[in-house]
Design a protein around this ligand. Structure first.
Ligand SMILES: Cc1cc2nc3c(=O)[nH]c(=O)nc-3n(C[C@H](O)[C@H](O)[C@H](O)COP(=O)(O)O)c2cc1C
Length: 172
C-alpha cells in the first residue's frame, strides 16, 4: 500500500499534522506540499490536509481537491475554531461533498485546532471594516484564540496518527 499525503499550510500547523500522518504510512508513501503540485496517480490512498480559510479549504488545497478524481481519499484540516463546532462540521461536509462529486471515495477525516498567527490577525483587522466580527475582539473570540494557541499539541499529533492508522486499515 502506497499513500500520498498532500498538505497546504501557511503557518506550519497543517504541515505538523501532515508529518504525523505520513509518519505512520507504509514504505513507499510520499509526503508533499500542494505547492509542488504532486501527481496523485499510482497511490492507493490520497490524504489531503488543509487549513480552513473563511470556512472553506484554503485556495491551494481547494484547487487540488477539485481536480482529484476517482481516488480513494481521506482528509484532515486545522482551524482556529473548535474542531467540534458547527463551523468545523460545515467545512468537513463541504470537503466531503467536493471529493464525492469528483467520484472519489472518502474513508474519513480528522479535524485539529491550530493557532492563528497574531501577525495575520492584526493584518486582517486592518483590512476589514470595523463592524466586521473578525475585526472585533469579544471575550468569546479571545478565549477561542487562546485555546487555539495551544494547538496542534502532542495529543493532537497522537490523534492524527490514530486517524491515519484507521484510514490505512479501511483502505487495506
Ligand atoms: C486569512 C485567514 C482566514 C482564516 N479563516 C478561518 C476560518 O474561517 N475558520 C477558522 O476556524 N479558522 C480560520 N483561520 C485560522 C486557520 O485556519 C488556522 O490558524 C490554521 O491552523 C492555520 O494553518 P497553517 O498553520 O497550516 O497555515 C484563518 C486564518 C487566516 C490567516
Amino acid at each position: 500500500m502506497k499513500t500520498l499525503t498532500v498538505y497546504s499550510s501557511l503557518t506550519g500547523n497543517t504541515q505538523k499534522v501532515a508529518e504525523a500522518v505520513h509518519g505512520i504510512m507504509p514504505p513507499g508513501s510520499q509526503l508533499a506540499s500542494v505547492k509542488d503540485d504532486p501527481d496523485p496517480q499510482g497511490y492507493d490512498l490520497v490524504v489531503v490536509g488543509f487549513w480552513v480559510d473563511k470556512g472553506q479549504p484554503d485556495a491551494a488545497a481547494l484547487r487540488f481537491l477539485n481536480q482529484l478524481s476517482r481516488r480513494r481519499t481521506a482528509f484532515f484540516f486545522t482551524l482556529g475554531a473548535c474542531p467540534e463546532s458547527e463551523h468545523a462540521q460545515e467545512a468537513a461536509d463541504e470537503t466531503a461533498k467536493i471529493l464525492e462529486q469528483g467520484g472519489n471515495q472518502v474513508l474519513g477525516h480528522f479535524r485539529c485546532q491550530g493557532k492563528v498567527d497574531p501577525a495575520l490577525l492584526e493584518k486582517m483587522k486592518k483590512m476589514l471594516p470595523p463592524d466586521n466580527p473578525h475585526a472585533q475582539m469579544t471575550p468569546e473570540r479571545q478565549a477561542r484564540l487562546e485555546e487555539a494557541a495551544k494547538h496542534p499539541n502532542e495529543a493532537d499529533l497522537e490523534k492524527a496518527k490514530i486517524f491515519a492508522a484507521e484510514i490505512l486499515q479501511k483502505a487495506s
